[in-house]
Design a protein around this ligand. Sequence first.
Ligand code: PAF
Length: 288
Amino acid sequence: MDVIRSAVRMKEVAQDWRRRGLPVALVPTMGALHDGHLALVRTAGQHASTVVASLFVNPIQFGPREDLARYPRDLDGDLRKLRSAGATHVFAPEASEMYPEGFQTRVVLERLPEHLCGRSRPGHFAGVATVVLKLFHLCGPTVAVFGMKDYQQVLVVERMVRDLDLDVRIVRHPTVREPDGLAMSSRNAYLTPKERRVAPELYATLRALRDLVVAGERDVSRLVTAGRDRLGKAGFAVEYLEVVDPDTLDPATSLDAPCVAAVAARLGSTRLIDNLQLVPSDAEECTR
Ligand code: PAF
């Protein structure tokens, strides 16, 4: 496995792949890898024999009061895990490689970031779109794999790819969960043992909402109230719990069409997010 630290070198290597017409799959990550990331890497390996994983804690997607400084970092551990999951290349630049002195460009989407996480994290999705576009340019993937826990992020990246005519296919990977249902996330490491025992309630609540819809509930606000009450009683501070259109993220007005329940809630100082498709279908996660 080749570890590349320089943006210039990464671009040279990627240009060579492109000249040779090689399919390349990219898994963008911020490191602190867990089994969810490794599932993305293994899936990437089904799409291309060259699999690049990027390890980069992207400063411009963190707000001033967010957890950039304490975000977990473990380069050696990450490299070991990536090797065993079948990555062929790792791109792990320093921040100064990605954002040299004077950097001032942002990729800004107009509507998707107005919803859900975008409301409490201004500038977050511009930071994500900017770094993902740079990673696409530097690593030259034909395919890129993203996890559906970050549902809004996937929509933002897909929209950017369409709007900017990028030659990369986005693969949606279903959320990977712990046996008790908690969505895997690097931020789960912040949870105290007591909070960790409560955390699966987030997904259990989403499932309960889906059960209510399956049982005939058609009133969005009653559904949302039921979810907020349950999470409140469990000890979560709910940032949002919304039922939204799966493509635009506009608030759903009816539960008869496909929609997604999306939630962000804090347990102590840890912010967790999750989502679930509400209209019953073959697939549990919204992986279209
Ligand atoms: O999902 C993440 O880990 C990050 O938002 C990403 C896509 C790697 C961009 O920094």
